[in-house]
Design a protein around this ligand. Structure first.
Ligand SMILES: NC(=O)c1ccc[n+]([C@@H]2O[C@H](COP(=O)([O-])OP(=O)(O)OC[C@H]3O[C@@H](n4cnc5c(N)ncnc54)[C@H](OP(=O)(O)O)[C@@H]3O)[C@@H](O)[C@H]2O)c1
Ligand SMILES: Cc1cc2nc3c(=O)[nH]c(=O)nc-3n(C[C@H](O)[C@H](O)[C@H](O)COP(=O)(O)O)c2cc1C
Length: 311
């Protein structure tokens, strides 16, 4: 560097290391969180291998020189092999595995059918295991790589999908120390949601929810309605938050005032089909009763153990 080089530049080496292009595998990349992650990783310079059972026919993730799609059920070992082989053949390394493909059943586990259980275990457990086994073996050889698992944010603190005493009991029985409940309280009077919104949350026809960034510019889950469909059909770039929000509110706010649920932004979690209380005190009473049931069973068990020990 010459003496005329600005001082702030002198600390930069003459030969900068070339930033290595990284490769990510994203399972369940045809919709929801997986699709958005795959797109964001690609925008940030990652080469991406996206998998789902029908990722090609879904046509949500476009195949390019830097994005490869692999169709197949990730709970099958042969799909895991094809996914990992695709990453290595096309891009050479695996830097990140996002285990995102997953099944969430919006009902209490006491109501799972045998088929529900089979699908959930296959996708959430086998679908995690086979691809992780192959990808981690490769990462060990490379001596780098990381893995994310999206099925559960935390087992100790269970957020999402709980709206009643049965869900609370199930979460605690599975090892959670606490739960976070949002949507079920949103459906209760006094929550800030208006009558139309609360009626949609309490509707007996379990509404479908979807993730979208078209409502605000940021990704969030809401009830799938006409407004979401119309916005999804528009093939244009979403404006950054909060501009997109301001734009969409020009429709959603008057719709809200007129009670038009089809044109409102109806935020809701995956527990929406389970909401049944319109009164927060009733919901709390049910949750407290569930906790008391658990405590009663624990005391009974302790009593039995003490009796056995004293014999
Ligand atoms: N959304 C939430 O609030 C939340 C909260 C906690 C955890 N999670 C977890 O985060 C993950 C993504 O959630 P999401 O809401 O984005 O789900 P989603 O919209 O239902 O997407 C699921 C994705 O997984 C794919 N998939 C399902 N079964 C598969 C299989 N056997 N093999 C390969 N791909 C499969 C689906 O595509 P195909 O149908 O084409 O296979 C789809 O691309 C899930 O594991 C979910 O349990 C979500
Ligand atoms: C009205 C409302 C607003 C929320 N806002 C946020 C938020 O800004 N950031 C966030 O991480 N979670 C937010 N949540 C999610 C909650 O913190 C909680 O994790 C979630 O609602 C639990 O899932 P459930 O709705 O299925 O019960 C919100 C939930 C509701 C109902």
């Amino acid at each position: 560097m010459s003496d005329s080089t600005p001082s702030y530049f002198k600390s930069v080496p003459d030969e900068l290391p070339v930033r290595r292009v990284k490769t990510a595998i994203v399972t369940g990349a045809s919709s929801g969180i997986g699709l958005e992650l795959a797109k964001k990783l690609s925008l940030n310079g990652y080469r991406v291998v996206g998998n789902s059972r029908r990722i090609t026919s879904a046509r949500t993730l476009t195949e390019t020189e830097h994005i490869k799609r692999v169709d197949g059920d990730i709970s099958l070992p042969e799909t895991a092999e094809r996914v990992v082989a695709s990453a290595i053949q096309h891009f050479g390394t695996i830097d990140l595995l996002v285990n995102n493909a997953g099944v969430f059943l919006p009902k209490p586990f006491t109501e799972y059918t045998t088929e529900d259980l089979r699908v959930a275990v296959a996708t959430n457990l086998f679908g995690f295991f086979f691809v992780s086994q192959l990808a981690v073996a490769r990462m060990r050889l490379q001596k780098f790589g990381q893995m994310w698992w999206m099925q559960y944010k935390s087992l100790l603190w269970r957020p999402g999908g709980i709206a009643d005493g049965r869900g609370l009991k199930a979460a605690l029985a599975l090892g959670a120390e606490g739960v976070q409940i949002g949507t079920a309280f949103l459906a209760c009077a006094g929550s800030g949601a208006n009558t139309t919104y609360r009626e949609a949350l309490l509707s007996k026809d379990t509404p479908r929810t979807e993730l979208t960034d078209k409502f605000t510019g940021r990704l969030a889950r809401g009830i799938k309605n006409h407004l979401m469909d119309e916005l999804s059909d528009i093939d244009s770039t979403v404006m950054p938050f909060p501009l997109q929000h301001a734009l969409v509110q020009t429709v959603a706010q008057p719709a809200s005032m007129r009670g038009r649920a089809d044109l409102m932004t109806l935020w809701a979690g995956q527990s929406v089909g389970l909401c049944q209380h319109a009164d927060a005190a009733e919901l709390m009473t049910e949750l407290i009763a569930a906790l008391e049931d658990i405590r009663k069973s624990e005391f009974e068990e302790l009593g039995r153990q003490a009796e056995t020990a004293s014999r």
